[in-house]
Design a binder for this molecule. Structure first.
Ligand code: ADP
Ligand code: MG
Length: 448
């Protein structure tokens, strides 16, 4: 098996890396306690492998050897001396804990750290290093697609990498509800309790899903208490802070706040480019020499969701590979054309577009936006001001009051009067009609 893995590693990494790191790892020392021990020639090699390649090696082994979880441990000769102490007796683990719904590729080594997630990352690492001791529960919240599940899975994988005898279970809150309902119906609560109450680490994803499921909340509350009393690590993710969870029993949400709460925010441009670069290095190492501008181009369009960001990169790669063309900013733009267009359309509904109407109208009459929304009552300013109010009302049909707020806090009746005036004038003033048609054309024209 190790030979097979080495062969695969040889084809997926450069010769230098292979010769430096993997080639010296020729001998499997022993197989015990669920681990395969491989002798590392130096601390340096051991560390690098553990930090950068262990996850990849473990998942390769799993895919080659479909049976069950296989874990490698890289050790120095000196560490093998007191080997029995190192390993401990093998526990007879139930197979359901072997994988614990963990995905090996969601690890700390391929989680890109930046300002938006640094604290969450550092704390997750601490929790994983000393489960049950540092922070319990550990509560991660943030918007969709920002890496909560990834971080939670990384904690589980790390704990198992350190000690394969830990009973780690990852479960989505929605699946937890279903499983519980199922077991109640089948009168198999004993099995359910046995499975969950015996855990060392419980990772429960998207806890906000428990809203409106009071029975499940009760059961989860019991489980939570039982596990935390024994210092078993509980990790929770959510799309909002515990205090804002709706329809969740307050004694549950207040428990969540007693642990450590971290949030993950939106990555900045530099961070997003780094995420793309990391993704390339694992998914398509042969195109790592891609022009950095391409990555910046993609990162500048996909700003709020890492999953979408990665999807965009995949799309560009797929497009260029299947059409056999170079990856450039232009071809990337082609590949993402429809995606970017649909995004533009949805953005067209945001309030930035009130700004847009104001700026187009000011441009058209060669006045500043400041004067457009200002107090000056010269006809040079009042006509464009009334037109802008009228256009916003017609296009978005928002309240006069709201429009007034966009124009320096004018009241309802001022805006209403302006809109009525323009409407009346339009009935006979051909010039005004023409001007408004032209302005509308400019507003509808995409910015770039
Ligand atoms: P969430 O659970 O917050 O909705 P996920 O953890 O599922 O988000 O992340 C969405 C995708 O983005 C996953 O493929 C994940 O691996 C990736 N991802 C998110 N954050 C990062 C990061 N900092 N570094 C690398 N990949 C990330
Ligand atoms: Mg998630």
């Amino acid at each position: 098996l190790w030979g097979q893995i080495l062969d695969t590693l040889r084809t997926s990494y450069s010769d230098e890396i292979y010769e430096d790191l993997f080639e010296p790892l020729s001998s499997v020392k022993k197989v015990s306690g669920g681990y395969i021990y491989v002798l590392a020639p130096s601390e340096y090699v051991k560390d690098r492998i553990k930090r950068l390649y262990l996850t990849r090696i473990n998942s390769l082994a799993e895919s080659l050897y479909k049976k069950e979880t296989i874990k490698f441990k890289f050790v120095l000769a000196s560490e093998m001396v007191g080997e029995e102490a190192l390993v401990g007796p093998e526990k007879n683990l139930d197979k359901k804990y072997r994988t614990g719904n963990l995905i090996a590729t969601l690890s700390f080594d391929n989680f890109v750290v930046g300002k938006s997630n640094r604290f969450a990352f550092q704390m997750a690492l601490k929790v994983a290093d000393q489960p049950g001791i540092v922070a319990n529960p550990f509560y991660i919240f943030g918007d969709v697609g920002l890496g909560k599940t990834h971080l939670m899975q990384a904690i589980g994988n790390y704990i198992l990498d350190n000690d394969i005898n830990q009973k780690v279970l990852y479960i989505k809150a929605s699946d937890f509800i279903e499983e519980l309902a199922d077991q109640i119906k089948k009168e198999k609560m004993d099995q359910f309790n046995e499975k969950y109450r015996d855990l060392d680490v419980l990772l429960i994803d998207d806890i906000q899903m428990l809203a409106g499921a009071p029975k499940t909340q009760m059961e989860f509350f019991r489980l939570f208490d039982l596990l935390s009393q024994q210092n078993k690590q509980i990790v929770i993710t959510s799309d909002k802070p515990a205090s804002e969870l709706k329809n969740i029993m307050s004694r549950l949400s207040s428990r969540f706040e007693q642990g450590l709460v971290v949030d993950i925010g939106i990555p900045d441009l530099e961070h997003r480019v780094e995420i793309l670069r990391k993704k390339l290095s694992t998914e398509a190492p042969d195109v790592m020499d891609i022009n950095p501008q391409v990555l910046e181009f993609i990162a500048s369009y996909f700003t709020t969701n890492v999953r979408e960001l990665e999807g965009a990169l995949k799309r560009v790669l797929f497009y260029c590979v299947t059409n056999n063309i170079d990856i450039t900013v232009d071809t990337a733009a082609e590949a993402l054309d429809t995606l970017i267009k649909t995004r533009k359309k949805t953005e067209a509904l945001t309030e930035n577009n009130y700004d847009r109407i104001q700026s187009v109208v000011s441009d058209y009459y060669s006045i500043s936006v400041h004067d457009l929304i200002g107090k000056r009552r010269n006809a040079k300013f009042t006509l464009p001001r009334h037109i802008a109010m009228y256009l916003i009302k017609n296009k978005y049909n928002i309240a006069y009051q709201t429009i007034g707020a966009l124009f320096g806090g004018r009241d309802h009746s001022t805006v209403l009067a302006a809109c009525e005036k323009i409407e009346n004038d339009l009935k006979h003033n051909e010039q005004l009609k023409l001007a408004i048609d032209n302005i509308l054309k400019k507003i509808d024209k995409p910015t770039n």
